[in-house]
Ligand binder design. Structure first.
Ligand SMILES: Nc1ncnc2c1ncn2[C@@H]1O[C@H](COP(=O)(O)OP(=O)(O)OP(=O)(O)O)[C@@H](O)[C@H]1O
Ligand SMILES: [Mg+2]
Length: 244
């Protein structure tokens, strides 16, 4: 067991809206995620998965509670400091991708590297390697509007990886993929995990959750289960016949 978690949430609470319309999307969640863990967050639609992921990745701020990333408390940082920290330590795959429409696939992947200060050549090289890795090398000059949902998702995954973040967050990363493409992405995540990458995935797909080290299930913003998927050193995902 790792003593210091790379990611820690303490009493995390987030209320959307006001007054009669207020919804407590995340309600007092405590979570410790050790370095190198692949965690899946599951639960029915509207239970707070995306809200929790955004809080953990520093894209949104809690109304109560704390978020610690890489040993630093991040929920109290100012906007600029938080943006700078996110750029280097967080890779985020949004549920709706959020690619830049006017940039090509390659430019979308390069952008965070350029913003983080990489030389254009370095950024270009990293983007090309990652697009190749997600099977999109032949689509690098395409605009997002010229790509299928699954292809856009793969570009979004490549973009999330470009700055070798401390933690990769992915909201339904296989939501738009067919079975073959899902296998490819799961294999990519398995490679990342083998290389020590910490991953937090939100997924509806039990087959994806079964490849994780641990599954946290949310119900109405509350953690309703926290299950390690390692049995006697061998992984339950493997037992279920899902290759990692
Ligand atoms: N910006 C917002 N303003 C108001 N309510 C919101 C906002 N974002 C989310 N909510 C509400 O908070 C609750 C949790 O939403 P969230 O998007 O976190 O759920 P989810 O588990 O990711 O759902 P899904 O599986 O459909 O993506 C829902 O009731 C949702 O309607
Ligand atoms: Mg969601």
């Amino acid at each position: 067991m790792t003593a210091d978690p790379v990611l820690r949430a303490v009493g995390l609470t987030r209320v959307h809206g006001h007054g009669d319309n207020a919804i407590t999307a995340v309600d007092g969640v405590d979570l410790d995620i050790p370095t190198g863990q692949m965690l899946a967050v599951t639960g029915p639609s509207g239970c707070g998965k995306s809200t929790l992921l955004r809080l953990l990745g520093g894209l949104d701020r809690p109304d109560e509670g704390e978020v610690w990333l890489g040993g630093r408390r991040i929920d109290l940082l100012g906007e600029r400091a938080l943006a700078r920290l996110r750029r280097r330590t967080v890779g985020f795959v949004h549920q709706d991708f959020q690619l830049m429409d006017e940039l090509t696939a390659a430019e979308n992947v390069e952008l965070p590297a350029l913003l983080a200060g990489d030389a254009p050549r370095t950024a270009r090289g990293r983007a090309a390697a990652l697009l190749d890795r997600v099977g999109m090398a032949d689509r690098d000059r395409h605009l997002p509007s010229e790509l299928s949902g699954g292809q856009r998702q793969r570009v979004a995954i490549a973009r999330a990886l470009v700055n070798t973040p401390l933690v990769v967050f992915a909201d339904e990363p296989t939501g738009n993929l067919d079975t073959a493409a899902t296998h490819d992405i799961l294999r990519l995540f398995a490679d990342l995990r083998a290389a020590g990458q910490t991953l937090v995935l939100v997924t509806h797909d039990e087959r994806v959750a079964a490849t994780a080290d641990r599954v946290v299930s949310l119900r109405d913003g509350v953690s309703a289960g926290d299950t390690p998927l390692v049995v006697g050193g061998s992984r339950l995902g493997g037992l279920l016949g899902w290759e990692r």
